[in-house]
Design a protein around this ligand. Structure first.
Ligand SMILES: [Zn+2]
Ligand SMILES: [Zn+2]
Length: 165
C-alpha cells in the first residue's frame, strides 16, 4: 500500500520529487547528511514520514541552525534599521524578556531544499521568526514538513475547522 502511495505522489509531483531526490543524493554524496543528528521536528506526530522526507527535513532544520548565517542575517536586518521581530506575529524577544532576549531571533529558510536544491543560502532566503511561529512552519502535518511565513499567516487567520481533532 505504501509503495503505491509513494508512486502516486511521485507521478503527481514529478519535478518536485526529482529535485528532492537530487538534493538527498547531493547531501549523501557530500557526506553532509551523515553528520547531521536526527532532529526533533523531522517525524510526523503519528510517526509517519512526510513528503519532503526525513533526510531533507533533517538537513533543512540543521542548515538553519548555522550560527554564522543567523548572525549575518541579523546584522543585515540591523543595518537596514529594521526591528528584530517575528515576521509572522511581530513577537520581539527583547520587549518580552528584556536584556536576556536582546538580539535573539530564529531564522527560517523561505525556500525548502527540495525547491532550492542544495545551493548556497542567500540572506534574502531567510526570514526572522519567533520560536513558536518557527516550530509551526516546520510542523509535520498531513504530509507536509514545511511552510512559508506567509502561508503560516494564512493558517492563523483561518477559523478552526476541526475543533475536536
Ligand atoms: Zn511569531
Ligand atoms: Zn525553519
Amino acid at each position: 500500500r505504501l509503495d503505491k502511495l509513494i508512486i502516486e505522489a511521485f507521478l503527481a509531483h514529478e519535478d518536485e520529487m526529482l529535485r528532492a531526490a537530487q538534493a538527498i543524493e547531493a547531501g549523501i554524496g557530500s557526506g553532509q547528511l551523515a553528520l547531521i543528528p536526527e532532529q526533533p521536528d523531522e517525524a510526523d506526530d503519528d510517526g509517519t514520514t512526510a513528503t519532503e522526507g526525513r533526510l531533507l527535513a533533517r538537513w533543512a532544520i540543521s542548515r538553519e541552525r548555522n550560527p554564522g548565517l543567523r548572525k549575518r542575517k541579523i546584522a543585515r536586518v540591523r543595518e537596514l534599521g529594521l526591528p528584530l521581530q517575528c515576521t509572522v506575529c511581530a513577537f520581539d524577544f527583547s520587549s518580552a524578556y528584556g536584556a536576556l532576549g536582546d538580539g535573539y531571533i530564529e531564522v527560517h529558510h523561505t525556500l525548502p531544499l527540495h525547491i532550492s536544491g542544495p545551493r548556497e543560502t542567500r540572506l534574502s532566503d531567510l526570514a526572522l521568526l519567533c520560536a513558536n511561529c518557527h516550530r509551526m512552519c516546520h510542523r509535520s502535518r498531513h504530509g507536509t514538513t514545511w511552510r512559508t511565513p506567509d502561508e503560516l499567516k494564512v493558517e492563523m487567520e483561518m477559523p478552526a475547522r476541526h475543533p475536536f481533532q
